[in-house]
Design a binder for this molecule. Structure first.
Ligand SMILES: [Ca+2]
Ligand SMILES: [Ca+2]
Ligand SMILES: [Ca+2]
Length: 318
Protein backbone atom coordinates (compact mmCIF):
# COMPACT_ATOMS: atom_id res chain seq x y z
CA UNK A 1 0.00 0.00 0.00
CA UNK A 2 1.47 3.34 -1.02
CA UNK A 3 1.40 6.32 1.34
CA UNK A 4 -0.89 8.16 -1.13
CA UNK A 5 -3.35 5.30 -1.01
CA UNK A 6 -3.49 5.35 2.79
CA UNK A 7 -3.95 9.10 2.69
CA UNK A 8 -6.91 8.88 0.27
CA UNK A 9 -8.60 6.11 2.24
CA UNK A 10 -8.43 8.20 5.39
CA UNK A 11 -9.65 11.22 3.52
CA UNK A 12 -12.65 9.49 2.03
CA UNK A 13 -13.82 8.14 5.34
CA UNK A 14 -13.90 11.66 6.65
CA UNK A 15 -15.17 13.52 3.61
CA UNK A 16 -17.80 11.02 2.58
CA UNK A 17 -18.93 10.57 6.14
CA UNK A 18 -19.61 14.29 6.17
CA UNK A 19 -21.35 14.43 2.78
CA UNK A 20 -23.43 11.39 3.38
CA UNK A 21 -26.50 12.86 5.15
CA UNK A 22 -27.98 9.40 5.35
CA UNK A 23 -28.92 9.51 1.68
CA UNK A 24 -26.03 7.46 0.35
CA UNK A 25 -24.51 4.05 0.75
CA UNK A 26 -24.64 2.70 4.26
CA UNK A 27 -21.11 1.37 3.82
CA UNK A 28 -19.66 4.75 3.06
CA UNK A 29 -17.61 6.04 5.92
CA UNK A 30 -17.74 2.59 7.50
CA UNK A 31 -14.67 0.99 8.95
CA UNK A 32 -14.43 -1.80 6.42
CA UNK A 33 -11.06 -1.98 4.69
CA UNK A 34 -10.69 -2.36 0.95
CA UNK A 35 -9.81 -5.87 -0.19
CA UNK A 36 -6.16 -6.64 0.25
CA UNK A 37 -5.51 -3.59 2.39
CA UNK A 38 -3.56 -3.97 5.60
CA UNK A 39 -5.18 -2.77 8.81
CA UNK A 40 -4.80 0.96 9.32
CA UNK A 41 -3.37 2.24 12.53
CA UNK A 42 -6.29 3.78 14.43
CA UNK A 43 -3.90 6.26 16.02
CA UNK A 44 -2.96 8.04 12.81
CA UNK A 45 -3.88 11.70 13.29
CA UNK A 46 -6.56 11.92 10.61
CA UNK A 47 -7.44 15.58 11.11
CA UNK A 48 -3.91 16.73 10.38
CA UNK A 49 -3.78 14.69 7.16
CA UNK A 50 -7.12 16.14 6.02
CA UNK A 51 -5.64 19.60 6.05
CA UNK A 52 -3.25 18.75 3.24
CA UNK A 53 -3.84 18.36 -0.48
CA UNK A 54 -6.48 19.58 -2.91
CA UNK A 55 -10.21 18.68 -2.57
CA UNK A 56 -11.11 15.38 -4.21
CA UNK A 57 -12.79 15.25 -7.59
CA UNK A 58 -16.07 13.39 -8.10
CA UNK A 59 -14.18 10.66 -9.94
CA UNK A 60 -11.86 10.20 -6.96
CA UNK A 61 -14.78 10.05 -4.53
CA UNK A 62 -16.49 7.44 -6.72
CA UNK A 63 -13.32 5.39 -6.95
CA UNK A 64 -12.90 5.41 -3.19
CA UNK A 65 -16.56 4.57 -2.58
CA UNK A 66 -16.14 1.54 -4.83
CA UNK A 67 -13.03 0.45 -2.97
CA UNK A 68 -14.86 0.88 0.30
CA UNK A 69 -17.70 -1.23 -1.13
CA UNK A 70 -15.23 -3.92 -2.25
CA UNK A 71 -16.40 -3.70 -5.89
CA UNK A 72 -18.62 -1.79 -8.32
CA UNK A 73 -21.56 -0.06 -6.63
CA UNK A 74 -25.06 -1.37 -7.20
CA UNK A 75 -28.50 0.24 -6.82
CA UNK A 76 -30.27 0.16 -3.46
CA UNK A 77 -34.01 -0.41 -3.29
CA UNK A 78 -36.30 0.56 -0.44
CA UNK A 79 -39.95 -0.48 -0.80
CA UNK A 80 -41.90 2.34 0.83
CA UNK A 81 -45.37 1.02 -0.05
CA UNK A 82 -46.45 -2.36 -1.41
CA UNK A 83 -50.16 -2.77 -2.24
CA UNK A 84 -52.01 -5.73 -0.72
CA UNK A 85 -52.94 -7.00 -4.17
CA UNK A 86 -50.33 -7.39 -6.88
CA UNK A 87 -51.73 -9.21 -9.90
CA UNK A 88 -48.79 -8.19 -12.15
CA UNK A 89 -45.11 -7.73 -11.25
CA UNK A 90 -43.09 -5.77 -13.80
CA UNK A 91 -40.64 -7.94 -15.72
CA UNK A 92 -38.32 -7.50 -18.69
CA UNK A 93 -40.12 -6.33 -21.89
CA UNK A 94 -43.25 -5.18 -20.05
CA UNK A 95 -44.42 -1.62 -20.75
CA UNK A 96 -44.39 0.26 -17.47
CA UNK A 97 -45.79 3.71 -16.69
CA UNK A 98 -44.48 5.52 -13.63
CA UNK A 99 -44.06 8.86 -11.90
CA UNK A 100 -40.83 9.84 -10.23
CA UNK A 101 -39.22 12.54 -8.14
CA UNK A 102 -35.44 12.70 -8.40
CA UNK A 103 -33.10 14.01 -5.70
CA UNK A 104 -29.36 14.56 -5.49
CA UNK A 105 -27.28 12.84 -2.83
CA UNK A 106 -27.72 15.77 -0.45
CA UNK A 107 -31.52 15.48 -0.76
CA UNK A 108 -32.13 18.38 -3.15
CA UNK A 109 -35.10 17.73 -5.45
CA UNK A 110 -34.09 18.33 -9.09
CA UNK A 111 -37.13 17.18 -11.02
CA UNK A 112 -40.49 15.44 -10.80
CA UNK A 113 -42.96 14.12 -13.36
CA UNK A 114 -46.06 15.06 -11.33
CA UNK A 115 -47.60 17.90 -13.29
CA UNK A 116 -46.08 17.00 -16.67
CA UNK A 117 -47.31 13.40 -16.78
CA UNK A 118 -45.77 10.00 -16.10
CA UNK A 119 -43.15 8.25 -18.23
CA UNK A 120 -43.73 5.01 -20.15
CA UNK A 121 -40.85 2.73 -21.13
CA UNK A 122 -40.31 -0.88 -22.10
CA UNK A 123 -38.31 -2.53 -19.31
CA UNK A 124 -34.89 -3.97 -20.05
CA UNK A 125 -34.52 -2.56 -23.57
CA UNK A 126 -32.18 0.38 -22.96
CA UNK A 127 -34.82 3.12 -22.85
CA UNK A 128 -33.82 4.21 -19.35
CA UNK A 129 -30.65 4.36 -17.24
CA UNK A 130 -29.48 0.84 -16.31
CA UNK A 131 -29.98 1.50 -12.60
CA UNK A 132 -33.70 2.22 -13.03
CA UNK A 133 -34.15 -0.60 -15.54
CA UNK A 134 -33.07 -2.83 -12.68
CA UNK A 135 -34.79 -0.86 -9.91
CA UNK A 136 -38.26 -0.98 -11.51
CA UNK A 137 -38.24 -4.76 -11.96
CA UNK A 138 -40.70 -6.64 -9.79
CA UNK A 139 -42.78 -3.54 -8.99
CA UNK A 140 -46.57 -3.76 -8.78
CA UNK A 141 -49.00 -1.08 -9.91
CA UNK A 142 -49.39 1.49 -7.08
CA UNK A 143 -46.16 0.35 -5.41
CA UNK A 144 -43.81 3.06 -4.13
CA UNK A 145 -40.04 2.61 -4.11
CA UNK A 146 -37.01 4.65 -3.26
CA UNK A 147 -34.23 3.65 -5.66
CA UNK A 148 -30.68 4.88 -5.16
CA UNK A 149 -28.64 4.75 -8.35
CA UNK A 150 -24.84 5.05 -8.37
CA UNK A 151 -23.05 7.06 -11.06
CA UNK A 152 -21.95 4.05 -13.11
CA UNK A 153 -25.58 2.94 -13.58
CA UNK A 154 -27.05 6.29 -14.63
CA UNK A 155 -27.65 7.25 -18.25
CA UNK A 156 -25.32 9.77 -19.82
CA UNK A 157 -26.78 10.34 -23.30
CA UNK A 158 -28.99 13.39 -23.81
CA UNK A 159 -32.69 12.94 -24.64
CA UNK A 160 -36.05 14.67 -24.34
CA UNK A 161 -37.49 12.44 -21.62
CA UNK A 162 -34.39 12.30 -19.40
CA UNK A 163 -32.98 15.79 -19.97
CA UNK A 164 -33.93 16.97 -16.46
CA UNK A 165 -31.90 14.30 -14.71
CA UNK A 166 -28.39 15.49 -13.81
CA UNK A 167 -25.47 13.57 -15.32
CA UNK A 168 -22.63 14.11 -12.90
CA UNK A 169 -24.05 13.08 -9.52
CA UNK A 170 -22.34 10.28 -7.61
CA UNK A 171 -25.75 9.10 -6.47
CA UNK A 172 -29.28 9.91 -7.69
CA UNK A 173 -32.27 9.10 -5.50
CA UNK A 174 -35.58 8.33 -7.21
CA UNK A 175 -38.94 8.16 -5.48
CA UNK A 176 -40.90 5.98 -7.88
CA UNK A 177 -44.66 5.51 -8.10
CA UNK A 178 -45.67 2.70 -10.43
CA UNK A 179 -48.85 3.71 -12.25
CA UNK A 180 -49.46 0.88 -14.72
CA UNK A 181 -47.90 -2.34 -16.01
CA UNK A 182 -48.82 -3.69 -19.43
CA UNK A 183 -47.36 -7.18 -19.78
CA UNK A 184 -45.41 -7.89 -22.97
CA UNK A 185 -47.19 -9.55 -25.86
CA UNK A 186 -46.07 -9.53 -29.51
CA UNK A 187 -49.29 -7.65 -30.36
CA UNK A 188 -48.47 -4.83 -27.91
CA UNK A 189 -44.92 -4.76 -29.27
CA UNK A 190 -46.23 -4.27 -32.80
CA UNK A 191 -48.45 -1.39 -31.67
CA UNK A 192 -45.39 0.20 -30.08
CA UNK A 193 -43.54 0.06 -33.42
CA UNK A 194 -46.55 1.12 -35.50
CA UNK A 195 -46.24 4.87 -34.92
CA UNK A 196 -49.27 5.93 -37.02
CA UNK A 197 -51.46 3.02 -35.84
CA UNK A 198 -52.42 1.79 -39.31
CA UNK A 199 -51.46 -1.85 -38.60
CA UNK A 200 -48.51 -1.86 -40.96
CA UNK A 201 -44.88 -0.73 -40.99
CA UNK A 202 -43.23 1.16 -43.83
CA UNK A 203 -39.53 1.78 -44.40
CA UNK A 204 -39.97 5.46 -43.46
CA UNK A 205 -41.78 4.48 -40.27
CA UNK A 206 -38.96 2.16 -39.20
CA UNK A 207 -36.49 5.00 -39.74
CA UNK A 208 -38.72 7.34 -37.75
CA UNK A 209 -38.92 4.83 -34.91
CA UNK A 210 -35.13 4.75 -34.62
CA UNK A 211 -35.01 8.56 -34.59
CA UNK A 212 -37.74 8.71 -31.96
CA UNK A 213 -35.91 6.29 -29.66
CA UNK A 214 -32.75 8.37 -29.89
CA UNK A 215 -34.40 11.77 -29.50
CA UNK A 216 -36.80 10.90 -26.69
CA UNK A 217 -34.96 8.22 -24.73
CA UNK A 218 -31.33 8.43 -25.87
CA UNK A 219 -31.49 4.86 -27.15
CA UNK A 220 -29.16 4.20 -30.09
CA UNK A 221 -27.48 1.30 -31.87
CA UNK A 222 -24.54 0.06 -29.81
CA UNK A 223 -22.55 -0.27 -33.03
CA UNK A 224 -22.00 3.28 -34.29
CA UNK A 225 -21.37 2.09 -37.86
CA UNK A 226 -25.03 1.11 -38.24
CA UNK A 227 -26.93 3.50 -40.45
CA UNK A 228 -30.68 4.03 -39.80
CA UNK A 229 -31.65 3.88 -43.48
CA UNK A 230 -29.77 0.62 -44.16
CA UNK A 231 -31.16 -0.89 -40.95
CA UNK A 232 -34.73 0.06 -41.95
CA UNK A 233 -34.27 -1.50 -45.40
CA UNK A 234 -32.99 -4.71 -43.82
CA UNK A 235 -35.78 -4.69 -41.23
CA UNK A 236 -38.54 -4.48 -43.85
CA UNK A 237 -36.96 -7.25 -45.96
CA UNK A 238 -36.67 -9.41 -42.85
CA UNK A 239 -40.42 -9.31 -42.10
CA UNK A 240 -42.03 -8.66 -45.50
CA UNK A 241 -43.43 -12.08 -46.41
CA UNK A 242 -45.12 -11.12 -49.71
CA UNK A 243 -42.35 -8.75 -50.80
CA UNK A 244 -44.52 -5.66 -51.38
CA UNK A 245 -42.26 -3.39 -49.33
CA UNK A 246 -44.70 -3.09 -46.43
CA UNK A 247 -44.85 -5.17 -43.25
CA UNK A 248 -48.40 -5.87 -42.10
CA UNK A 249 -49.18 -6.89 -38.53
CA UNK A 250 -49.97 -10.44 -39.75
CA UNK A 251 -46.58 -10.71 -41.50
CA UNK A 252 -44.74 -9.30 -38.51
CA UNK A 253 -46.39 -11.65 -36.02
CA UNK A 254 -45.68 -14.59 -38.30
CA UNK A 255 -41.93 -13.89 -38.46
CA UNK A 256 -41.70 -13.13 -34.72
CA UNK A 257 -43.35 -16.48 -34.06
CA UNK A 258 -40.92 -18.25 -36.41
CA UNK A 259 -37.97 -16.62 -34.61
CA UNK A 260 -39.31 -17.41 -31.12
CA UNK A 261 -39.48 -21.08 -32.11
CA UNK A 262 -35.89 -20.99 -33.42
CA UNK A 263 -34.74 -19.36 -30.15
CA UNK A 264 -36.50 -22.00 -28.05
CA UNK A 265 -34.89 -24.79 -30.06
CA UNK A 266 -31.36 -23.42 -29.62
CA UNK A 267 -31.10 -22.90 -25.83
CA UNK A 268 -27.78 -21.11 -26.21
CA UNK A 269 -25.18 -20.26 -23.60
CA UNK A 270 -23.74 -17.46 -25.72
CA UNK A 271 -22.81 -14.24 -23.89
CA UNK A 272 -24.26 -10.89 -24.85
CA UNK A 273 -27.49 -8.88 -24.57
CA UNK A 274 -30.89 -10.54 -24.72
CA UNK A 275 -32.67 -9.97 -28.01
CA UNK A 276 -34.71 -6.75 -28.06
CA UNK A 277 -38.18 -7.15 -29.68
CA UNK A 278 -37.99 -3.57 -31.01
CA UNK A 279 -35.95 -2.70 -34.11
CA UNK A 280 -32.94 -4.37 -32.46
CA UNK A 281 -34.58 -7.74 -33.12
CA UNK A 282 -32.67 -8.00 -36.41
CA UNK A 283 -29.28 -7.98 -34.63
CA UNK A 284 -29.63 -11.61 -33.57
CA UNK A 285 -28.48 -13.06 -36.88
CA UNK A 286 -28.33 -16.70 -35.78
CA UNK A 287 -31.67 -16.61 -33.92
CA UNK A 288 -30.42 -17.88 -30.57
CA UNK A 289 -32.02 -15.10 -28.50
CA UNK A 290 -28.72 -13.37 -27.69
CA UNK A 291 -27.02 -10.49 -29.50
CA UNK A 292 -23.40 -11.59 -29.13
CA UNK A 293 -20.48 -9.17 -29.28
CA UNK A 294 -19.56 -10.65 -32.66
CA UNK A 295 -23.08 -10.13 -34.07
CA UNK A 296 -23.06 -6.55 -32.83
CA UNK A 297 -19.63 -5.92 -34.40
CA UNK A 298 -20.63 -7.39 -37.76
CA UNK A 299 -24.10 -5.79 -37.90
CA UNK A 300 -23.34 -2.86 -40.23
CA UNK A 301 -21.86 -5.16 -42.91
CA UNK A 302 -24.62 -7.73 -42.52
CA UNK A 303 -27.35 -5.08 -42.86
CA UNK A 304 -25.68 -3.97 -46.10
CA UNK A 305 -25.73 -7.54 -47.40
CA UNK A 306 -29.41 -8.17 -46.57
CA UNK A 307 -31.15 -10.98 -44.63
CA UNK A 308 -29.92 -14.55 -45.14
CA UNK A 309 -33.07 -16.04 -43.64
CA UNK A 310 -35.82 -14.91 -45.99
CA UNK A 311 -39.44 -14.47 -44.86
CA UNK A 312 -40.80 -15.86 -48.16
CA UNK A 313 -40.05 -19.36 -46.93
CA UNK A 314 -43.05 -19.08 -44.62
CA UNK A 315 -45.31 -17.64 -47.33
CA UNK A 316 -47.42 -20.74 -48.00
CA UNK A 317 -48.46 -20.99 -44.38
CA UNK A 318 -49.96 -17.49 -44.36
CA1 LIG B 1 -47.82 2.19 -39.49
CA1 LIG C 1 -45.80 -7.19 -47.06
CA1 LIG D 1 -27.25 -14.53 -31.60
Amino acid sequence: MTPLFIFLVLLTSQVLGGLNNGASSKNVGGRRQPTGGGGLDENIPVIEIRGEGAPMSSAQIRHLEEMDNGGPLDIKIEKTFVPAKCPQQAKRLDFVTFHYKVFTEDNKKVYQTYGTGPVTIQLGTGMIMPGLDKGLKGMCAEELRKVRVPYRMSRKSKSKVWKNIPNDENWLIFNIEMVEIKPYTPEIQFKFLDLNEDEQLTNKEVQDFQKKMKKEFGKTWKNEDIDNVTAAGYYIKYFDVNGDGIVTEVEWLKIMDRDEKLINDKKTKEKGRKRDPGIGWILDFDNDGIVSYKENDEAADRFDAGPTLLPMESKDEL
